[in-house]
Design a protein around this ligand. Structure first.
Ligand code: 5GP
Ligand code: MN
Length: 373
């Protein structure tokens, strides 16, 4: 019998089926102990100055979820402002096409005023106020209802009146979709909101290579496509939009700065500040480079060290049960997720890499070797 490669509509019923409420629900809604919980809608109805905050070094999920929420609220007839601690990467600028966001590093006075005026604060894609770095004291000082929408481990619930948090979900953008679906009105999601949400989902899943093995995620995307999302355009805007110097920086990392330790199933790379200057580094240029380590057959743990003024930033990635959140927290003042975490070290680049190399045999025995628990 001839195969019907066009797949008639009845073979694709999910296209007309938005995520069912039952599938979309499981985030926690928690409140500060002793406080009455109001529905999100109630906070929104009362608010006149809504501020949406994303984390330091905003990635695709942070920019997508903040601007996505801003555009969604606009469709609800609500104005809001978006602020970040610092600038996002060049290849994410298109998400904020209306140029409505401000960052604290470049506009400290304006951002301070925006936060001081605010009467409802959304914290997107981070789980504790300290992750807003230089902007954190402003957020801590401001006595205002704070709502968290996030997917990071160990959320600091005490600082929020509502926390929509599920650490099993791919991205904050996917959590946001569920929040809109359950708490608000999904019919107000349009193609622009869809593009923002897809930007966060596709970057936080490494273009659908991890944290994505659940049908609800694909049902969400099917629904967004139904609302006008152009997935090809979003993918090109993010992943085919790097500068030539970023590509050459990647070449430097892979060609000269990659260390592979097959005996520990580990690969790591590092970049000095001098190299970053030489390759015209711009904020966001090192995003995603750590993942190349995991692309090597047999490698299950990858790290990437970048020197910044007085400190070294580290990105960790792992496969399966190898918990890099714990590793980053115990040894490098960091955290994140089980398979993707980051941290900091206030020593030199050489000393930081040497510390990592000293820790590696122990971490291999405890977590990486195939029979480790
Ligand atoms: P990346 O390596 O892409 O910078 O970060 C990977 C993940 O770890 C992200 O979800 C990020 O939010 C989290 N992360 C990165 N750096 C830190 C850190 O210093 N502290 C904590 N708690 N999480 C981090
Ligand atoms: Mn995220």
């Amino acid at each position: 019998m001839e195969q019907n490669i066009l797949m008639p509509q009845e073979h694709m019923p999910y296209l007309t089926l938005p995520v069912r409420k039952k599938d979309a629900e499981p985030y926690k809604v928690l409140a500060k102990s002793g406080q009455e919980i109001h529905p999100l809608k109630t906070y929104l109805e009362k608010a006149k100055n809504i501020v949406i905050v994303g984390h330091n070094n905003p990635d695709g999920d942070a920019v997508g979820s903040t601007i996505g929420l801003h555009l969604y609220l606009k469709n609800m007839g609500k104005e809001s402002r978006v602020v970040f601690p610092n600038r996002c990467a060049q290849n994410l600028l298109w998400i904020d096409a209306g140029n409505i966001s401000r960052n604290y590093q470049e506009h400290p006075r304006e951002v301070t005023e925006i936060i001081e005026r605010c009467d409802l604060l959304f914290v997107m894609d981070f789980n504790r106020l300290s992750r807003a770095e230089a902007m954190a004291p402003l957020l801590e000082k401001k006595d205002v209802a704070r709502v968290m929408i996030d997917h990071h481990l160990e959320p600091d619930l005490e600082s929020f009146v509502l926390a929509f948090s599920n650490t099993q979900i791919s991205s904050t953008c996917e959590v946001l979709y569920r929040v809109i679906y359950n708490e608000l009105d999904p019919s107000l999601i349009d193609a622009n909101v869809g593009a923002c949400l897809y930007a966060g989902i596709s970057t936080d899943t490494g273009s659908f290579s991890y944290s994505c093995a659940h049908k609800e995620l694909f049902a969400t995307i099917a629904d967004l496509v139904d609302r006008g999302l152009d997935t090809v355009k979003v993918h090109q805007n993010i992943f085919d939009n790097f500068s030539e110097s970023r590509m050459r920086l990647l070449g430097r990392c892979l060609g000269e700065r990659l260390i592979v330790k097959p005996e520990y199933q580990t690969a790591y790379m590092f970049l000095s500040e001098e190299e970053m200057t030489r390759y015209h580094y711009r904020s966001g240029d090192t995003e995603g480079i750590v993942n190349y380590g995991l692309g090597i057959a047999g490698i299950r743990f990858a790290a990437f060290f970048t020197q910044r003024e007085d400190r070294v930033r580290i990105s960790f990635r792992s496969q399966g049960n190898i918990d890099v959140n714990v590793f980053a927290k115990e040894h490098f003042n960091g955290g994140g997720h089980k398979n993707a975490a980051g941290g900091l070290c206030h020593e030199s680049l050489e000393a930081t890499v040497a510390k990592f190399e000293r820790l590696l045999p122990g971490f291999y025995e405890k977590s990486i070797r195939p029979d480790a628990c």
